[in-house]
Design a protein around this ligand. Structure first.
Ligand SMILES: O=C(CO)COP(=O)(O)O
Length: 134
């Protein structure tokens, strides 16, 4: 799995069920990737899909978003799926913004809602399959 893609998965509390459902729908592709996730999101995904290769970082409000941002800056993340809750104020809003900002700075494919995440994952799958057959 040395050339496996590394995908970061993050979801705010109101979006965690959606993230688990998303991961379930895409278990086939995700099982061929390395996954990193913020703490609680990662816990929920690992509980539902224990066979995935998933590294849990700190919880978002305790630095998990920043850890993923640092990984992006170091070239360690190929795509970010971040299910954002736009209706709830967050104490770590600055961290959320900083993570999105770094994904933009480093031009990392970033999906912030379910519809875009579906398109992103399908595109990654097509790209990766193409590469594997090149
Ligand atoms: O708060 C988050 C992203 O900003 C997500 O963190 P958790 O996955 O630990 O809930």
């Amino acid at each position: 799995m040395s050339d496996a893609l590394t995908i970061a998965l993050v979801a705010h509390d109101q979006k965690k069920d959606d993230m688990v459902a998303f991961a379930r729908r895409h278990t086939e592709l995700l099982s061929r990737c390395r996954l990193v996730a913020t703490g609680t999101t990662g816990g929920r995904i690992a509980e539902a899909l224990p066979t995935l290769d998933l590294t849990r970082l700190r919880s978002g409000p305790l630095g998990g978003d920043q850890q993923i941002g640092a990984m992006i800056a170091e070239g360690g993340i190929d795509a970010l799926v971040f299910f954002v809750d736009p209706l709830t104020p967050m104490p770590h809003d600055v961290d959320v913004k900083a993570l999105m900002r770094l994904a933009i700075v480093y031009d990392i494919p970033m999906a912030l809602n379910g519809a875009t995440a579906e398109i992103l994952l399908n595109a990654l799958l097509a790209q990766h399959t193409e590469k594997a057959h090149a």
